[in-house]
Structure formats: C-alpha cells, structure tokens
Design a protein around this ligand. Structure first.
Ligand SMILES: [Zn+2]
Ligand SMILES: [Zn+2]
Length: 240
C-alpha cells in the first residue's frame, strides 16, 4: 500500500482504470435544500466505479426506508422533501411503494415506541450501508483498510428508544463531523475496559447506529488465534 491514492477502499485492490470518487458520508444524506444552504465539503475516497455503484440501489433504499422515521429534524425533513419530489415526478415510485408496504402489523417488525407504528426494513441492505460508511470513516481516520468481511455487529437506536448501555463510555465525547445535524460520528478504540472498537453514527439527529468490531490491529487472543489460523488454513471458518 505504497500509494493510498490508487487503492479502492471498498475492495482493497489497486485502481488502474475505472476510478471513481465516493463521498463519505453519502452526498444524498444531505437533502437538496440543505445542500444548497450548507454547500457541504465532504471527504471523498477513491473507489472502483463498479465497487461504488454496487451500493447505489441499497443507498437509495436506505434513505427512502429510514425517511419516515426522521421527520422530526430539519435535516430529516429535507430528505423527506427530496424523496417526495422525486416521487411526484414519477421517479422511485416502486421504491416508495415498497417502503410504504413496510408499515404493517407484522410481528417480526420493528416497534417504534413513540407512535406505536410497526415498520419493517430490510436489515441486510441497511446494515450494508452502515458498514460501508463505517469502513470509509475508518479509512479516513486511520488510513487503514477495514476489509468488508471483518466480523461486526450493528445495533440501532431509533427515536424514543434508550441507547445501548455502553454509551456511558461516550459521555463528554464530541462528534467528529462538521455537519452534526445531518451526520455525526465518533468512535472508541479498544481500551483495557473495552474489547473491540465501538463506532457510533448519528443520522439526521434521529437515529443512532452502533457498530462493534475488532480493529484490524487488534491483538486480543481471539484475533491473534484467528489470524494465525488464517495463515495456516484456508478453509471457511465460522464465528462461535
Ligand atoms: Zn474496488
Ligand atoms: Zn480482537
């Protein structure tokens, strides 16, 4: 990794042609009105066009599916206006109808304590975007690639819900984004008290996501065991 500029942060391979820039966080997290108002200066990372565009549909789904939950904030309403504007022009009609169908009384759904509405969402697609953003931020902060296959767990705190108990460790910490009302993040590295990294995103001042994983530089017994196993054995492994 002598020249970071030619490495795609998504697949870790060198970019020879087919280069592209990816905004971290995604540009569409800023509604059109806010983009005009703030003219946000977002960090971009190098990617292959193919790697980047493989996330495009999930990113659109991400915004449309979470949009109904974030309308209490100005940045969230700005997203709502974007989705509505596109819908009124006959675009994304299928996507919006699908999101509309996610509101129902399906018991496997998600309960929103505030208004007792059940909203399901495709967790695989939502998780995929959160993980991509986290990997992008990790690259920005550490200049290190976080491989997609790194084991991780993502937790969500929706409006009206209690944040996870380890939030006490974040007390007094300040978010790192220049546009905290739209998107903010902070992270805790491994310490004596905490095994693994904790990355917290705040989306549109309404949704908190917590992503837990072991740093690629982690030297805990489990990671050391895993990396030595990896070099000795190429068979597929499962986490216990
Ligand atoms: Zn790539
Ligand atoms: Zn570890």
């Amino acid at each position: 990794m002598s020249d970071n500029k030619t490495i795609c942060y998504l697949c870790g391979k060198q970019i020879v042609e087919d280069g592209n820039e990816d905004h971290v966080p995604p540009k569409q997290f800023f509604g059109k009105e806010l983009r005009r108002q703030l003219n946000p200066d977002l960090t971009t990372l190098h990617t292959h066009k193919k790697c980047n565009s493989s996330f495009q549909l999930d990113e659109e789904y991400f915004v449309a599916s979470l949009m109904p939950l974030i309308q209490e904030s100005e940045s969230g309403r700005s997203i709502y206006n974007d989705v509505k504007r596109r819908y009124d022009r006959g675009k994304n009609v299928g996507l919006v109808s699908r999101v509309y169908e996610e509101f129902d009384s399906n018991p496997s759904g998600l309960i929103l304590p505030n208004d007792k509405i059940l909203k399901r969402f495709d967790r695989t697609r939502i998780n995929r975007i959160i993980w991509k953003i986290t990997r992008g931020l990790y690259y920005i902060e550490n200049c290190l690639l976080l491989p997609e296959e790194t084991n991780h767990k993502i937790l969500y705190t929706f409006p009206g819900e209690e944040p996870p108990k380890w939030f006490v460790y974040l007390k007094g910490m300040k978010g790192k984004s220049n546009y905290p009302d739209v998107f903010d993040y902070l992270y805790l590295k491994e310490t004596q008290d905490i095994t693994g990294s904790i990355w917290v995103l705040l989306l549109w001042n309404q949704i908190i996501t917590t992503t837990l994983f072991h740093d690629i530089t982690c030297t805990c017994q489990r990671c050391i065991k895993k990396s030595s196993k990896k070099t000795n054995d190429n068979s597929p492994k499962r986490e216990s």
